[in-house]
Ligand binder design. Structure first.
Ligand SMILES: *Cc1c(COP(=O)(O)O)cnc(C)c1O
Length: 415
């Protein structure tokens, strides 16, 4: 007799380790990797019954696979959502959540502070299909109120946002959005389900890039969409079944293994990030430090209401613009320059010339991204080693002739 998990509500750590397992008849301990594109039927009749939906049987990995299903069940249990679909990347998830729901003539309201590709979908892709899109400053409830004077079909927002770590008041925006007829889709990548549960704060759909903290070790891409059973079955599933943004079972399996330690990794990363934010806020070369739980964050109270910790990202401005920011990045010896985030390894990126280059200078100014802005994804190294690395890089700004830092980077054998 296969064992089933206890009926009592299980806590996040237990769900991350144990949730969602689909054991096969071999009783394997770890999740099996079902690296198969299709499934066989015992008879022509069983195939017919499967296609009629009369029996549950896997058909084809584009729309169902036991390893992928295990990941979906684990994520749904963790989020407290009725249903989940996992896809090939975070952008496949965002794109599918939006396009499955929308049609020509609809109106979309989005917060301006979005991940670059999400911004492109709203500003460039949706209008091509005759969907009207409106951007608002996500922190300003009056702008949301104005935008909802006309009916809307969908809201997309990110909180905290990338890279400026702005917060959106989820219950307030959800109430306005629902009154205007819209579903609320929240990109919860920066908070993860351990720090913030958008569905309990009024959202209808939550999307993730599993590439970030879920894998957390920089190996594979993945994405997830979570919502009600009805919406997932009737709206999302037909879209993904027929358009094919499917994840490889191998990538799903890697993410399953990554999730087993999320409850250990994330608090350690958040603790490091809080220390690094304090350190940066005290440095004269840094003109602004943004971290949701920092006393100086303009929305600290809202952050503490919606989130259980400040997250693993810190954004700061180096005094002296692009040149100074580049000098600091190039002088780092431990912290990598990379546009990924949520990884065990700490990494920094310069949004104005990378992730947010394509949105243009005017939009960057509106978002508050300056030429000195640096986004810092704090990892799992010892906080003091990270502080030491940043210290020496910031100290270097006081000496002239930045060539020395470049040489040390080029000479480092592990690069
Ligand atoms: C990375 C990211 C995405 C996109 O995810 P991919 O897995 O890279 O496709 C979307 N939203 C946010 C906030 C992200 O950080």
């Amino acid at each position: 007799m296969p064992r089933t998990l206890p009926n009592t509500p299980l806590r996040p750590a237990t769900l991350l380790v144990r949730g969602g397992q689909n054991r096969s008849s071999f009783d394997e301990m770890s999740e099996a990797l079902h690296l198969t594109s299709g499934f066989m039927y015992e008879s022509a009749g069983q195939a017919e019954e499967t296609f009629l939906g009369q029996i549950q049987h896997f058909q084809y990995s584009r729309f169902g696979n036991p390893t992928i299903e295990a990941l979906q069940n684990k994520l749904a249990a963790l989020e407290g959502a009725e249903a989940c679909r996992v896809m090939a990347s975070g952008m496949a998830a965002v794109h599918s959540a939006m396009l499955s729901h929308l049609k020509t003539g609809d109106r979309v309201v989005a917060s301006r502070a979005l991940f670059g590709s999400c911004h492109w979908i709203v500003s460039t892709l949706l209008p091509r299909y005759g969907i009207e899109t409106v951007f608002v400053d996500g922190t300003d409830l009056d702008q949301w109120r104005d935008a909802f004077r006309k009916p809307a079909a969908l809201v997309l927002l990110e909180t905290p946002s990338n890279p400026m770590l702005e917060l959106v008041d989820l219950p307030a925006v959800a109430e306005l959005a629902h009154a205007a007829g819209a579903i609320v889709v929240v990109d919860n990548v920066f908070a993860t389900p351990l720090l913030q549960k958008p569905l309990t704060l009024g959202a209808d759909v939550v999307v993730y890039s599993a590439t970030k903290h879920f894998d957390g070790q920089g190996r594979v891409l993945g994405g997830a969409v979570l919502g009600s059973q009805k919406w997932v079955d009737e709206v999302l599933q037909p879209f993904i079944r027929n358009t094919g943004p499917s994840i490889s079972p191998f990538n799903a399996w890697v993410i399953l293994k990554g999730l087993e330690t999320l409850h250990l990794r994330l608090p350690a990363m958040c603790a490091n990030a809080a220390k690094l934010a304090d350190f940066l806020a005290g440095r004269p070369e840094v003109s602004r430090t943004l971290y949701p739980f920092l006393d100086s964050h303009p929305q600290q109270a809202l952050a503490k209401k919606q989130m259980s910790a400040g997250g693993s990202l810190v954004t700061f401005d180096v005094e002296g613009g692009k040149e100074a920011a580049f000098r600091v990045l190039d002088a780092l010896r431990l912290i990598d320059i990379s546009n990924n985030l949520g990884d065990a390894r700490s990494m920094v990126t310069h949004p104005a010339t990378t992730t947010h280059m394509k949105v243009g200078p005017e939009e960057r100014a509106r978002l508050g991204i300056t030429d000195g802005t640096v986004r810092f994804s704090v990892g799992l190294e010892d906080a003091q080693d990270l502080i030491d690395d940043l210290s020496q890089a910031l100290d270097g700004l006081r000496s002239t002739g930045g060539g020395k830092a470049d040489l040390s980077r080029a000479a480092a054998p592990d690069r």
